[in-house]
Design a protein around this ligand. Structure first.
Ligand SMILES: Cc1ncc(COP(=O)(O)O)c(C=O)c1O
Length: 392
């Protein structure tokens, strides 16, 4: 019997930042105070209201499977949330509770993408999404994007890159790693273009709620014929609970339920009961306080990176990332990140984790740590740059 790895695994790239994280852990074990600005999750704890709801349910002892699509009460609350926040009416039958946005994406692609087909995505983008496409033996066609479109795909570039093998396009707004948003008009044009070409549109809205300027529009404002991927991970502070949701076009409802039953059975029960409290007023008050804190951090980091000589062509308006050009200091952002960690114990993510377009000049800074910690990080970064540790 062959013990060879499946071919599809060859195409799936590891995270380069893991190398940094591994080194950071070693340095910490030696007593170094590492400042983590590479981590893509909020440093805030899960809101107490959410934890209380989970604990209350666990204590009943009834931690059994739920329906594959999720607790009916949770699907209803998510539907209500769309009405309140975006003014769109979504039948709760189109909403599927999933193990994170990752589970949502797996279901969305599982019901819609055939092997050999291709999906259009921006370069840079969140790497797992493109790896999911490869996992389905399909191809990811990444399109280089820049500041002129806010690092987002446009209707024009979708049209230009569309081939008979193209199944659809994915847009993530706010984007990871750039923190930039697509405008509602551009989103609408992109959706209408994909619909007119007969394809599927996937909208990754996991950073909705974490916006600091314009509000993010949901793809559902413009069409019912879209897959919307969202999560309790980021805005609701529930990364480790592994819970998100997927909204599908009506004709995919039956297939999505069938696939969900087979590959997950259901999303974790205590996480679903926890999430029932996520839309409560007390929780929302706390989430708004956190959003304002993130906005202040964004401003602090943005101003300081510019002052140090990084280039940030579009001011990010969402998520908790700044994607900065470090060409002034290096032609190898991965080495820059490794050297910075070694010399000053500040961890950041190199551009090559997000694609290849200009990646060697780009660094992602996550402001998932306090302004006090970032103040120290900026002092260290300044010293590192001034010392010229990086051949510049
Ligand atoms: C753009 C984007 N989509 C999806 C995910 C996956 O999130 P989840 O924790 O909900 O699976 C992430 C996580 O960082 C992300 O940045």
């Amino acid at each position: 019997m062959s013990r060879q790895l499946a071919e599809r695994i060859q195409g799936i790239s590891p995270f380069y930042v893991m190398e940094l994280l591994w080194r950071a852990r070693q340095l910490e074990a030696q007593g170094k105070d590492v400042i983590h600005m590479e981590i893509g999750e909020p440093d805030f704890a899960t809101p107490e209201t959410i934890i209380d709801a989970a604990v209350k349910h666990i204590l009943t002892g009834e931690v059994k499977y739920t329906p594959a699509a999720g607790l009916p009460a949770l699907r209803e609350k998510i539907a209500r949330f769309y009405k309140q926040r975006y003014g769109v009416s979504i039948a709760k039958e189109r909403i599927f509770v999933t193990p994170g946005a990752s589970g949502a994406f797996l279901l969305a692609l599982g019901v819609s993408l055939n092997s050999g087909e291709e999906l259009l995505m921006a370069d840079p983008c969140y790497p797992c999404n493109s790896n999911f496409v490869k996992f389905f033996d399909a191809n990811c066609k990444t399109i280089p994007v820049d500041a002129s479109s806010g690092y987002q795909l446009t209707a024009e570039c979708i049209k230009q890159h569309w081939t008979p093998a193209t199944k659809g396009a994915l847009i993530a707004s706010p984007s990871n790693p750039t923190g930039t948003l697509i405008t509602p008009e551009a989103l609408q044009r992109a959706i209408l273009t994909v619909n007119a070409l007969g394809g599927c549109f996937y909208s990754d809205e996991i950073y909705h709620g974490l916006v600091y300027g314009q509000n993010a529009a949901t793809a559902l404002e413009f069409s019912d014929n879209v897959f919307v991927i969202n999560s309790f991970s980021k805005y609701f502070g529930m990364t480790g609970w592994r819970i998100g949701w997927l909204i599908v076009p009506e004709e995919f409802m039956v297939a999505t339920e069938k696939l969900g039953q087979n590959i997950f059975i259901a999303t974790s029960t205590h996480s679903q009961f926890a999430a029932l409290a996520a839309f409560d007023e007390d929780t929302m008050v706390e989430l708004e306080r956190r959003r304002l804190e993130f906005a202040a951090r964004r401003d602090f980091l943005y101003d300081n990176l510019l002052r140090l000589g990084f280039e940030i062509p579009v001011k990010p308006e969402g998520a908790f990332y700044i994607y900065a050009n470090c060409a002034r200091f290096t032609d190898d952002s991965f080495k820059f990140a490794l050297d910075l960690l070694e010399a000053e114990a500040v961890a950041i993510t190199p551009g090559k984790d997000f694609g290849s377009h200009e990646a060697h000049h780009m660094i992602r800074f996550a402001y998932t740590t306090s302004i006090a910690r970032m103040t120290v990080a900026i002092q260290r970064l300044e010293r590192f740059i001034k010392k010229g540790n990086n051949d510049f």
